[in-house]
Design a protein around this ligand. Structure first.
Ligand code: SF4
Length: 275
C-alpha cells in the first residue's frame, strides 16, 4: 500500500529527505515524536531573544536590553516541551543559559541592530508551486539601505566548512524562492548570521538561482512521491545519525523498524533513495 506524501514541504524537511530517506519518512510521513536536543532548543531560545530585541525601537537595541530579552524569552521557554524534554539538572540548565547568552552577545559582533529596519520577524510564508505547498518561517525580513528587501536567517550551530557553505545557503535560497512566490518580490540579498563564530555569509539571489531552486524543489517532490508510491525510504547513515531521534528504529544503526509506533516499516537495505 502506497504511503501518503506530506501535504506541505519546508526547507528543513527537504534537507532531511536529502540527508536520509528513512529519517524523512519517520519525521514527515509517520510524524513520530522527536526528542528535543540541547543544540536545537538553545537555538530556539536565542531566536526568541533576538525576535524580542528586533521588535524594540531601534535605539533601544543594546546588549543590556538583548540580555533582558533573553531572560524574558527563557522564562517563557521554561514550560515549553523543547525545554522540559531536555530534563536538565541545575548545572546543565546554567550551562544551557550561559551558552545562549554567549550567542546573543556574539550577535553584536555581526551587525549593529540599531541600523536594522525589520518589516517582519518570524514571518510565515506559504506558496503553491506545481501542486506542492511550500511553507517556511523567515527569521527576519527587512529593508536594506536602498529600500530593497533582505532575508536574514540566524544560525546558532557551528559555522559551515567551505564545502558545505553552498549547501547551507541552499536553505536560505529556498526562503528567497518562497518570498518571490508568496510576495511577488525577489529579495535583493539573503544572509546567514552564524552567531557561534561569528560569521556572516551573504548571497544575492538571481532569477537564474531562484529558477534553479524551483526545479530542485520539484525534483525532490517527485522523488518523495516516488518513494511514497514504492514505500521505499532507505536509511542513509551520516553525520545526522548522532542526533537522530529514530536510531532505535533504524536498521542501519542496529535498530528495529518494527518498534516504530504504527509504521509497519520493513527493514530496507542501507542505501541512498534520492538526492
Ligand atoms: S539513524 Fe541515521 S541512517 Fe538511521 S534514520 Fe537516523 S539519520 Fe537515517
Amino acid at each position: 500500500m502506497a504511503l501518503t506524501p506530506p501535504s506541505t514541504l519546508s526547507p528543513s524537511k527537504v534537507a532531511t529527505f536529502r540527508d536520509c530517506g528513512l529519517a524523512f519518512r519517520y519525521s514527515a510521513i509517520d510524524r513520530l515524536p522527536e526528542a528535543p536536543t540541547v543544540a536545537a532548543s538553545r537555538g530556539t531560545l536565542v531566536h526568541a531573544a533576538l525576535e524580542r530585541l528586533l521588535d524594540l525601537p531601534a535605539d533601544q537595541r543594546t546588549v543590556e536590553r538583548a540580555l533582558g530579552c533573553l531572560r524574558d524569552a527563557a522564562a517563557a521557554f521554561r514550560t515549553d516541551d523543547d525545554f522540559t524534554g531536555l530534563a536538565l539538572d541545575q548545572a546543565g540548565e546554567a550551562r544551557f543559559l550561559a551558552e545562549a547568552e554567549a550567542l546573543v552577545r556574539r550577535y553584536f559582533d555581526l551587525e549593529d541592530p540599531t541600523a536594522v529596519r525589520p518589516v517582519g520577524l518570524e514571518v510565515r510564508l506559504e506558496a503553491t508551486v506545481g501542486g506542492l505547498r511550500l511553507r517556511g518561517v523567515i527569521d527576519r525580513l527587512e529593508l536594506g539601505d536602498d529600500g530593497e528587501l533582505v532575508v536574514t536567517d540566524y544560525k546558532t550551530g557551528r559555522a559551515p566548512s567551505v564545502q558545505s557553505e553552498q549547501a547551507r545557503l541552499g536553505g536560505v535560497q529556498f526562503y528567497a524562492f518562497l518570498c518571490e512566490q508568496a510576495l511577488g518580490v525577489r529579495p535583493a540579498r539573503i544572509q546567514l548570521l552564524h552567531l557561534a563564530e561569528p560569521l556572516a555569509i551573504v548571497a544575492v539571489p538571481t532569477e537564474q538561482s531562484t529558477r534553479a531552486l524551483g526545479r530542485r524543489v520539484e525534483a525532490v517532490w517527485q522523488a518523495i512521491e516516488r518513494a511514497c508510491s514504492d514505500e521505499d525510504f532507505r536509511p542513509r547513515p551520516g553525520r545526522g545519525c548522532s542526533w537522530c531521534s529514530f536510531a532505535a528504529y533504524c536498521p542501519a544503526m542496529g535498530g528495529d523498524p518494527a518498534l516504530a509506533p504504527g509504521t509497519g516499516t520493513e527493514a530496507p537495505a542501507p542505501a541512498l533513495v534520492a538526492s
